[in-house]
Design a binder for this molecule. Structure first.
Ligand code: ZN
Ligand code: ZN
Length: 563
């Protein structure tokens, strides 16, 4: 045998061995009754932030993947005017934004142009997105990277990413990633699906939340088409990167289906309809790299109500839950009640009659041979919520105060002063108001970030602070803004601060800031402010929510402590 023949044999053997390690190609499924649901992907980065594709590139890739819509979520602070929805390559392109908070990333859908930069604490960004009419969805909430993880699960966000394409590869071994790279050129989407797992922790958190309130779960692609070279795989590495994995391959890996969506061809009304379906929870996620197109119907009916996915109701009599899919053989349908599997059936339909007691039901469909430890579900539905009769109580409401101690009512602003960065300017004046005086605070924060721009209006703490649990004041501003209310204490030679950011606009309103609701600014020696050692109360305007180089004014009155 010549050397040439031997090498040829070796090449053939290697190719055969490589071929045998490839993940199976996605199964093509028959469509059983009804239309194929409109499918799309959410959480896609373009060249406007850290993606490598233009909107047109992305739309073309989505069209080739058989998608009806893509939701673009470039990084931003909400102050960029979103592009109008448009059909490109026959795919509806909807513009949205991914906002970095100091406790994780928030995907905000259906948001217009924000009047000031959105940022800071997750609770403030969710509050702003809600006020602006948007839907807030924590992105990659369970990321392996601590700075990308979502850290506040107690606030009323509307949805969450139960699966995130950028999180999933981060917990894989080098051996698995090597297999993905080897398989990628032949079967891109199937290769990418090799890193998927069932994210137990996030699903557990979701199931805990839905017992209290509706929360929509969706799979977020987090497509960048960028692999950083210097920081090993970091899509945020802007210096040198591969345009991998490609948008098309990511779009074929998994998607979301909106079974009740009817597209008309009018981009504006269709975009509103897509967002309305997602908001309503009439959405399920499918791992298309395993089998496609996936269909799921999931309903609950009793004598008096008929519920579909996402709906919340009180039923009076027994409820029949029905789930059906077009799955291939060997499928396993799991019905979950309050997060625990309550029925498993190896069939394509499941029917179960349950009492009308409060419970949250959802479906996971498992395919044999699915990747992951534990295996990733092929389909994840949104829940149907059976609730107790009567209104749902809001636990965040606090009792009205029974005692107050006035700090500023009328007259001079004794003891008040201004602190500011060198190149910012500010003025504090006492001006007339109905029945007395009020404080006029004017600020112009510097445009030079090297100045660390800020302005703070500083009030002496007074004697009564430690005996109270909140600060109350009336406020109005010349334009919508956020004001950071802070308590400051000396800790050795250093000063430590705790803050609660509040929204202020042209409408006068009474604002209450509870001291136990304040969060540390940077690192502090205690989680809560030490009320007996507070040296100043500050009303701060800084670049967290104010554009450098801008100015404005606020009117503050009736400042008091209360309990
Ligand atoms: Zn992100
Ligand atoms: Zn992202």
């Amino acid at each position: 045998m010549t050397r040439r023949v031997a090498s040829a044999f070796l090449v053939v053997a290697l190719v055969a061995a490589w071929y045998l390690t490839l993940p199976p190609a996605s199964a093509s499924l028959p469509v059983t009754g009804g239309d194929i649901p409109a499918r799309g992907v959410i959480h896609v980065h373009t060249r406007r932030s850290d993606g490598t594709g233009t909107v047109d590139d992305i739309a073309a890739a989505a069209a080739r993947a058989g998608l009806s819509f893509v939701v673009l979520t470039d990084h931003g602070d909400g102050t960029r005017e979103p592009e109008s929805p448009a059909y490109r390559s026959g795919v509806l392109c909807i513009d949205a934004v991914e906002i970095s908070t100091n406790g994780g990333h928030l995907v905000a859908l259906g948001l217009g142009k924000a009047p000031y930069p959105l940022g800071g604490e997750p609770r403030d960004v969710v509050d702003d997105v809600t006020r602006l009419g948007g839907m807030s969805v924590p992105g990659h909430p369970g990321s392996n990277k601590p700075e990308l993880r979502w850290n506040d699960w107690a606030i009323p966000f509307d949805g969450l990413e139960w699966l995130n394409g950028d999180s999933e590869w981060r917990d894989e071994s080098a051996a698995t990633l090597a297999r993905v790279l080897l398989a990628y050129p032949a079967r891109g989407a199937e290769a990418l699906a090799m890193v998927l797992d069932r994210p137990d922790e996030i699903l557990r958190r979701w199931d805990a939340l839905t017992r209290q309130r509706r929360v929509v779960a969706i799979a977020g692609s987090d497509a960048h088409a960028r692999l950083g070279l210097r920081t090993l795989g970091e899509p945020y590495d802007r210096s040198a990167a591969f345009p991998l994995p490609g948008y098309g391959e990511v779009f074929r890996t998994f998607s979301i289906s909106l079974p009740q969506l009817k597209l008309t061809g009018n981009a504006v009304s269709d975009a509103a309809a897509v967002l309305a379906e997602i908001r309503a929870g009439r959405v399920y996620s499918t791992i298309d790299a395993l089998a496609r197109p996936a269909q799921l119907s999931f309903t609950a009916s009793s004598a008096d109500v008929h519920l579909t996915m996402g709906e919340e109701h009180h039923a009076r009599g027994p409820v029949t839950i029905h789930a059906a899919t077009n799955a291939p053989g060997g499928v396993e349908l799991r019905l979950l009640k309050d997060g625990a599997v309550t029925a498993t059936i190896r069939d394509v339909t499941l029917e179960q009659t349950v009492p009308p007691d409060p419970a949250v039901y959802r479906v996971e469909v498992m395919l044999p041979g699915a990747p992951g430890q534990p295996a990733v579900p092929w389909i994840v539905s949104n829940p149907i919520y059976l609730r107790a009769p009567g209104p749902i109580r809001d636990p965040s409401l606090r009792p009205a105060p029974t005692r107050v101690a006035v700090q500023y009512g009328n007259g001079s602003a004794a003891g008040w002063r201004i602190e500011k960065s060198e190149r910012s300017s500010a003025a504090l004046d006492v001006i007339g108001a109905v029945g007395g005086t009020q404080l006029l605070m004017r600020y112009a924060i510097s445009g030079a970030m090297t100045d660390a721009p800020f302005v703070a209006f500083v009030m002496p703490p007074g004697q009564e602070l430690p005996d109270n649990d909140r600060l109350i004041f009336n406020a109005r501003a010349d334009h919508p803004m956020r004001l950071s209310v802070q308590l400051r204490a000396a800790q050795g030679a250093a000063l430590e601060r705790w803050q609660r950011s509040v929204y202020v606009d042209q409408t006068p309103r009474t604002i209450a800031v509870f001291f136990d609701d304040m969060h540390p600014v940077a690192t502090t020696s205690s989680q809560q402010p030490p009320l007996d050692r507070i040296e100043s109360v500050l009303l701060v305007v800084d670049t967290v929510n104010t554009k450098p180089g801008t100015s404005g004014q606020m009117w503050i009155d009736d400042v008091k402590y209360a309990r």
